[in-house]
Design a protein around this ligand. Structure first.
Ligand SMILES: [Zn+2]
Length: 119
């Protein structure tokens, strides 16, 4: 029984390390003729987008405009809209946090203190 618990702990530890490594690795999305649509936790600010004009960079360097329920991000060189990212619902924050998304865990603690999600 103890041996099984140790084996399970080792596997969980390895899985946790793998998930953290995956979370740390930025991904690259190429422009495919229209703005890509993401839910909030589908992408991170470090993920990169490529524009048809040749610009490539992290989401954090894009020109971002916020609206009530979403933000859009455009190329800083040619202003082509490259992504639309919708703000999370409370349930989406909870699901992403349960999955181990560090941003969602932080958001959940922040929102939890206020008792509600605010845009
Ligand atoms: Zn561009």
């Amino acid at each position: 029984m103890l041996r099984l618990q140790r084996k399970r702990d080792r596997l969980l530890s390895r899985l946790s390390l793998t998930l953290r490594a995956m979370e740390a690795e930025p991904r690259e999305f190429t422009y495919a003729g229209s703005a890509r649509i993401f839910s909030w936790y589908d992408v991170r600010d470090s993920d990169r987008l490529q524009c048809r004009c040749g610009w490539s960079g992290p989401i954090g360097e894009m020109i971002v405009e916020g609206y009530n329920e979403l933000v859009d991000g455009s190329c800083p060189l040619c202003d082509q809209m490259l992504m639309i990212r919708s703000f999370p619902t409370v349930d989406e924050v909870r699901v992403a946090a349960a999955r181990g998304d560090s941003g969602a865990i932080s958001d959940l603690q922040h929102f939890g203190a206020k008792g509600q999600v605010e845009p």
